[in-house]
Structure formats: structure tokens, C-alpha cells
Design a protein around this ligand. Sequence first.
Ligand code: UDP
Length: 327
Amino acid sequence: MANILVTGGAGYIGSHACKALAAAGHTPIAYDNLKTGWRDAVQFGPLVEGDLRDRAALEAALTEWRPAAVLHFAALIEVGASVHDPARFWNNNVLGTMGLLDAMAATGVDRLVFSSTCAVNGDLDGVEVDETTPFGAISPYGTTKTAAEMMIADYARASDLRALRFRYFNVAGADPDAQVGEHHEPETHLIPVTLQAVRGTRPSLKIFGDDYATRDGTCLRDYVHVCDLVDAHVAAIDYLERDTRAPVLCLGTGRGLTVREIIEASEAVTGETVPHEMAPRRAGDPASLVCGSELARAELGWIPERSTPQQMIGDAWRWHQRAGYKS
Ligand code: UDP
């Protein structure tokens, strides 16, 4: 059992990773600048408040805690914001990753699990994405994650660094105990927005387009339960010790759910009607995104068994009734 540094450990996925690491007997050390993360989300190990570009703070944390591995989640993630302010994304996501790799090299920490995205692949409408899908990002968010992936691959080729990169699309749900959950401000993601409409904390859900070429005209996405997702990251720590055959693994269910199906499932879970209205298409939304994970199943034995609409929405609903973090 080991110390594991979790960058972005106060964020949505990072906080769930910390809980899963603690449950597996590890000590998660959350490293987070708290710009989009939450102090209250850090409950399973210490918090080191710092930025990835603060080399001295990062090296001090790595030297103090001597982690066996780093799980690297910290990043700016909003695609729309990246289009308007690419410099902020390149600075944070690319220079931040470079600062991390250099600090790891300087302190002899040489195991890394990187949280990437199928957005590195670009315009994938209707094609099931897997590890062989070529790079082709179409947003600065996607290009900065591509650059970070390439940087990690280059460093790994030239040093003792062993790294695994995960790519995924839509992460959903929450800790079934509702200790941690999804809390973004402002919130833009479909399931939390739907549940806010049910709770009345927003007037209604706007459905962005119903004339797409999908089974009911609304966009189709591959949703993975955050707890399934972080299980893959915890399994990756052992995987890096025994094997590094796959430098990249995709994490998806291979099935999609439409916006209307999410609404129906939310109504079944909550027993309430979801107030909704039609709205124009959102710029940049492809009709259909689905991600295969046969290789992750083969390499890690990963099965996303909690990624059903009932469980993702049910767990998110319990969390939403707690109304998020205060600080
Ligand atoms: N969506 C919607 N209304 C909303 C938020 C999202 O209709 O208020 C749709 C969006 O067009 C997309 C899907 O829900 O097809 C998932 O969007 P989200 O922002 O959750 O994730 P993305 O797929 O953009 O990463």
C-alpha cells in the first residue's frame, strides 16, 4: 500500500479517485490549486494546496510524500471556454503537465496515470472510438490534451517514466455514499443540469437540438459512472508495475444514451417530471459519440458495471439532494 499523489484531487473525478484509493488501502495526497476544486471534497487523505506550475511546491510535495505513482487529473476542461481563451488552456494543461513531469523526474517519481479524453481524436460522429483512432482534435481543449499525451509519450521513451493514458467521454454519477459528487460552477453538464431542473434550482432543462440523426433526434453520448472510471485508474497503478504493453486505454461502455433517454431515466429515478424545453443546437456538438473499451477489459479486467442510467442518475440524485460543497 502506497502514497499516491492525485493532481486535481479536489475536483469531481479526482475526489472520487481519492476515495477509491483509500478504499484500496493507499494514502491519496490531493494536490490542487482549488481554483475549480473544493476543499470539502478532500476527505480521504491530506490536501496540498498548490499549482502544477509551481515547481518548488510540487517538488516539495513529491519529496515529502514519496508517492509510488501520480494520478494526473488537474486540468481546465470546458471545451467552449478553450475556444475563447486558448492561452489559458495551453498554459494550464500543457505547461502544468510539463511542470509535473519535470518535478517527477527531479524527485525520482516514475509512475504516471494520465486523464485524457477522446476529444484528442476530434470529429468522431458515428464512429466508435478506440485506441487506434488517430489524433485530430478540433478544440484547444483537445489539442492541449493531445500535446500533454505526446509529451508524456516522449518523456517515457527517454527515461524511466512508465505512464498509462486513459481516454474517455462523458463521466457521470457520484459516490453511492454521497460523500463526494459532481459540483461545477457554473454547471453545464447534462445530468446535473437535469437534476437541478427537477429540484427547481434552475427553471428548466434546455434540450440542445432534436433534429440529429439519432434514434430520437437528440444527441447520443457514452456515459461512464465516475466510480467505474476511477476503478480503472486504481487498477492502473498495479498494471504499471507488471506491464506497460498498452500506453493508451479507452474507457467507455460502447453504448450511448440520448438526451431524451437521460430525461426519461431521471424521471423514473426521481419520480418527478423534468421541466424541459427545446433549444437550438449547441455549437460544436456532434450527434453521436461512443467509445469502445475491449482493450481496457483485456488489459485491466475493467468492466463498467455501474454505468447504467439508473445507477448513474440514482447516485447523482442522492448527491444533488445534499446540494454540493460549501467551500
Ligand atoms: N445537453 C443538453 N442540454 C444541456 C446540457 C447538455 O441538451 O443543458 C446535451 C448536449 O448537447 C450533449 C449532451 O447533452 O449532446 C451531453 O452534454 P454535456 O455538456 O453533459 O457533455 P459533452 O458531451 O458536451 O461533453
